[in-house]
Design a protein around this ligand. Structure first.
Ligand code: HEM
Length: 302
């Protein structure tokens, strides 16, 4: 009798709680973000296995929490699978590929002279009242880190799986992924050098306002144009950039078509077109970026 009264109380309480979205209790619940409200011990329908709100993980059944749990489990499952990591590599790769096109177009403004280039650099540093560049940096860091971590984990996973299937086709695939890892690591080394060179501006005077200032519409701004000219006037730096851009182009020639493949956009029919598109894009990036140090070494701007 007492048991059935208790059971009816629980069923009533949980029905109310499902309707309202909050547990029915005489005490006020403690509500945590993205988690179930915590009730005093003994009060929660979670503790009654017969309650419809009871779940094996001790969490209240609620559409929002269920959706969050399902999403977390889905992401965990995806990340642990090799196709999930491939998708992360492809999507972050797509972001980086698009960034390169934008960065190249911006950099080519250097050929238009100091005023347009410094105006462009000033705009980049001051968009959204200066917050834009930091938002971009944060997104770039996340994308780059996810791209590298997913690639490393994927390579490890593939290596372990390959031991069981030593077959000519997989050996071929491993050769191309080894080339990708090598070019990828060189690009990473270049990227760190590039940040120290033009962003942090260490070991040179590019941050010196006396030597690197420019008057733009009556305002004193950083002379990014002169920094680029001086940076590439030193031959070893220019040669390093040209080598890095060559490896970047090789990375892109394979990487761009891999993006289409992972996203399921590559078929037998479109394979050769996508192949040409990847090589064409890699060439466009290579010629565009390499033209800057080469032109400066040949005397442009000096
Ligand atoms: C010849 C080739 C390149 C030139 C001349 C060049 C030039 C520059 C310059 C001048 C800046 C600083 C702008 C400023 O702060 O005023 C910059 C920033 C940057 N570059 Fe490049 N770049 C080149 C290639 C690349 C490549 C290949 C990548 C990527 C792999 C890259 C990634 C970046 C990034 C992410 C920033 C932003 C740094 C920040 O947060 O301020 N650059 N680049």
């Amino acid at each position: 009798m007492a048991f059935s009264r208790r059971r009816a109380k629980f069923q009533n309480a949980s029905a109310n709680s499902v309707r309202s979205g909050f547990p029915a209790s005489s005490h006020s619940p403690q509500i945590l973000p993205f988690g179930p409200p915590i009730l005093p011990h003994g009060d929660s329908p979670l503790e009654n296995p017969e309650s419809p709100d009871y779940s094996s993980r001790g969490q209240r059944s609620h559409p929002f929490f269920n959706a969050m749990n399902a999403l977390t489990r889905c992401l965990e499952l995806y990340w642990s699978s090799s196709i999930g990591k491939k998708l992360v590599v492809a999507l972050t790769g797509l972001f980086l590929v698009l960034f390169l096109a934008g960065h190249l177009v911006g950099n080519l403004v250097v050929f238009m002279g100091p005023e347009p280039f410094n105006a462009y650099a000033y705009f980049l540093h001051h968009m959204l009242h200066g917050a834009g560049i930091w938002v971009f940096r944060a997104v770039m860091l996340v994308m780059l880190a996810a791209h590298i971590i997913a690639t490393i984990l994927l390579t490890k996973q593939n290596k372990a799986a390959r031991k069981a299937y030593e077959h000519p086709a997989t050996i071929q695939a491993s050769r191309s992924s080894r080339t990708m890892i090598f070019s990828g690591l060189t690009i990473l080394a270049f990227f760190i050098y590039h940040m120290l060179h033009f962003t942090v501006r260490v070991a040179n005077e590019y941050n010196d306002p006396k030597r690197y200032s420019f008057i733009l519409e009556g305002k004193e701004v950083h002379n990014a144009w002169k920094m680029v000219i001086d940076g590439f006037s030193w031959a070893p730096a220019s040669i390093f950039y040209v080598i890095a851009m060559t490896l970047l182009a090789s990375h892109l020639a394979h990487g761009v078509q891999s993006i289409f493949q992972t996203l399921g956009l590559r078929s037998k029919k479109s394979a050769s077109l996508l192949n040409q598109l990847s090589i064409g894009y890699a060439l466009f990036i290579w010629i565009g970026f390499v033209s800057i140090p080469v032109a400066i070494l040949c005397g442009f701007g000096r």
